[in-house]
Design a protein around this ligand. Structure first.
Ligand code: C5J
Length: 229
């Protein structure tokens, strides 16, 4: 028997069982959230992402209490840049490029200080960490295999940024048959209007990509329900 929860989500209630659900926490790395990293060298105001950190942490704590499988992703490249296409390396006119030396080590390179997770969102033992070269977490990673091995059918998303790596991964997951919900206050964008548009896009047309709900609705469902199927 497994617990079934119904979340008051948009565009309609989202039903899931914690036993077959994973949290995918996207790219909560210093490179995106702190000064001197990839986000800032692209010209963004990184302080805009700060509000989602405490909620993302609460989401992980709630997930740990309820036995959800937890996956953390990080966008980072090999030191020799062999997994970084020239198109990504050369895009735009940033002050520094991927692989250049910055105040937190080489920008967006796996193993450097900047590529690591922010203090409040460190993975715990038993949680998966996916290092991804792309925006979507399914591209060139073993994420599908990890989820399939555990019989995961439902995914709850948090992380940054809403319209880039979160949305890309959620769309990849939707096409692979996962039932996806984006936790609205556990994600942020450098552009508030982009975040709002993504929330609306996901749940438009009857939930064409999935569902959205604030964390409080998940917590309420787990506190007030707990039926067994
Ligand atoms: C970006 C990400 N914005 N994690 N990456 O380049 O969203």
């Amino acid at each position: 028997m497994s617990e079934i929860l119904d979340v008051n989500a948009l565009p309609y209630p989202y039903r899931f069982s914690p036993a077959t659900t994973a949290i995918i926490m996207i790219d909560m790395q210093r490179d995106f959230l702190l000064g001197g990293g990839f986000g800032e060298v692209l010209g963004n105001d990184v302080s805009r992402l700060a509000p989602c950190v405490s909620v993302a942490r609460e989401l992980l704590e709630w997930g740990r209490q309820h036995g959800l499988y937890i996956v953390h992703t990080k966008e980072a490249h090999a030191a020799d840049l062999s997994d970084c296409p020239l198109s990504k390396l050369n895009r735009g006119t940033p002050g520094m490029r991927i692989g250049d030396d910055g105040p937190m080590g080489r920008i967006l390179i796996d193993g450097e200080v900047g590529s690591d997770f922010v203090e409040d969102l460190r993975p715990q033992e038993g949680e998966a960490v996916i290092c991804k070269p792309g925006k979507g977490a399914f591209y060139a990673t073993n994420l599908s295999g990890l989820l399939e091995a555990r019989g995961i059918t439902h995914l709850l998303f948090g992380g940054v940024t809403t319209e880039v790596c979160v949305q890309s991964t959620m769309r990849e997951a939707n096409d692979r048959g996962y039932e996806c919900l984006l936790v609205e206050d556990a994600t942020e964008s450098y552009f508030p209007e982009f975040k709002q548009s993504v929330l609306e896009m996901i749940r438009a047309q009857g939930g064409i990509v999935g569902w959205t709900a604030p964390l409080s609705r998940l917590v309420l469902a787990s506190e007030t329900q707990g039926r067994h199927a």
